[in-house]
Design a protein around this ligand. Structure first.
Ligand code: ZN
Length: 432
């Protein structure tokens, strides 16, 4: 069992310090400094963040292995500085049984790069008709604590209410993809003058905002936790702010792409910029950044959505919704929020690690770098040019050709390096 001495890292932006890793956990540097087998990691000039946790990842297995597998998604995650991801349920078949969620968790453990936490479907087959067996998934080996029909909205209010009630009894959360289907039929991009000019069907902001307003009231009425996926409009932020002020137990996420990209990119008609919810206006982007800084939005989650080239090298209306995110999320956050001075590295640790772990009831992330805790750490050069994505099986990277800052140099998961000097470790050791 290798031990490590991480030398000279600036942990959460504090002054340089040394940190030891032994038996998968953090120890005082003095405990490993004299050991023969200790490997020294020179982290001079690097920033140490806790291992990142993504609450919203599409790994496509089973059924979409030409786009991504649990293994390739895990490798992309490690390259992006992640040590845990939550794998969405919209696979084929849908992850709506104890057997399937357990299989997804097992594939993740076999790959060994990150902890893969399956998200269970809320409704059977994501069909929005009948609740899936939430209890069985929660009690399975995968211990599911996040349920979502992501990709589809749980639109039936009665079903949503019962899902929230069940989730409450399981200490789980419902993560809602807030999109009123009736208001977004055939929609391709953000609704407004640009959509009209381009001749593409518009996707109104209110289609998201009305569902969030309904859901926070439903969550309040049954005393359950609600998580709102990929908030994309300034109006949604106002609803969430109101709900939080009222004491409703709601958390919300924003994706990196909604923090940087705007609807103008759709003018290229390149399906690379087609995503659900759509890219919005610059005003929305700025409001979302403010909301992360103020804490109204709790976390940044990637919505990493790999797609094979045949559904991206086509006309805009024919293209699939979604973009890669795992390998670029931290760079986007550093470029848009940290380096301009809107948030600190401590804030990043909170909204990309501690809080997403808390929402997903994932243990081992509550006190970053505490001695005795599992050694999950990401060492980043905050101002170096970002690397190109190379872990994912797919290539739908919307930041192609853009200068992003921040490069992951080393990622350590449970005391083992999964990425070192910017390169993937081919067979990471795995502790039982
Ligand atoms: Zn979604």
């Amino acid at each position: 069992m290798t031990s490590y001495l991480i030398q000279g890292a600036s942990l959460l932006g504090a002054k340089a310090a040394d940190l030891g890793v032994l038996g998968g956990a953090f120890v005082d540097a003095s405990e490993v400094a004299g050991l023969k087998k200790t490997r020294v990691i020179d982290a001079t000039g690097l920033v140490g963040l806790p291992g990142l946790v993504d609450l919203h990842t599409h790994v496509r297995q089973p059924g979409g292995e030409q786009a991504e597998t649990v293994r390739t998604g895990s490798r992309a995650a490690a390259l992006g500085g992640y040590t845990a991801v939550h794998a969405m349920a919209n696979t084929s078949p849908v992850s709506d049984t104890a057997e399937l969620v357990s299989a997804v968790a097992r594939w993740g453990a076999e790959a060994g790069y990150v902890e893969v936490r399956p998200v269970g479907a809320v409704t059977k087959g994501l069909e929005g008709q009948e609740l899936a067996p939430l209890g069985a998934m929660a009690r399975s080996a995968a211990q599911v604590r996040v349920f979502s029909d992501d990709g589809k909205c749980v639109h039936d209010s009665s079903l949503m209410r019962r899902a929230l009630q069940q989730a409450r009894s399981l200490d789980a959360v419902i993560a809602q993809h807030a999109q009123d289907p009736g208001l977004t039929e055939g929609a391709q991009m953000n609704d407004g003058p640009l959509a009209a000019a381009l001749g593409l069907a518009g996707w109104p902001a209110v289609a998201e905002e009305t569902i969030i307003a309904r859901d926070v009231l439903l969550a309040e009425s049954v005393g359950a936790r609600l998580h709102v996926c990929h908030v994309s409009t300034a109006g949604s932020i106002e609803v969430i702010r109101w709900a939080k002020a009222r004491g409703i137990s709601v958390t919300a996420e924003v994706t990196p792409h909604h923090l940087l990209l705007t609807e103008e990119l759709v003018s290229t008609f390149d399906p690379l910029f087609k995503v659900n919810p759509p890219l919005r206006r610059q005003e929305d982007v700025l409001a979302l950044r403010e909301a992360v800084a103020s804490g109204v939005i709790d976390i940044v989650a990637t919505d990493h959505a790999p797609h094979p080239s045949e559904v991206k090298d086509c006309s805009f209306p024919e293209g699939a919704f979604g973009m890669l995110g795992l390998e670029t999320a931290l760079s986007v956050v550093l470029s848009t929020l940290v380096n301009p001075g809107m948030v600190s590295l401590k804030d990043v640790a909170r909204f990309m690690s501690t809080t997403p772990a808390a929402i997903g009831r994932l243990e081992g992330y509550s006190s970053p770098f505490a001695l005795g805790e599992p050694a999950h750490i990401t060492l980043v050069d905050p101002t170096a040019e970002a690397s190109e994505p190379r872990g994912s099986l797919s290539h739908n990277n919307p930041y192609r050709g853009r200068d992003l800052e921040g490069r992951v140099v080393h990622t350590m998961y449970r005391g083992n390096l999964t990425v070192t000097d910017g390169e993937l470790v081919e067979r990471p050791e795995v502790y039982p």
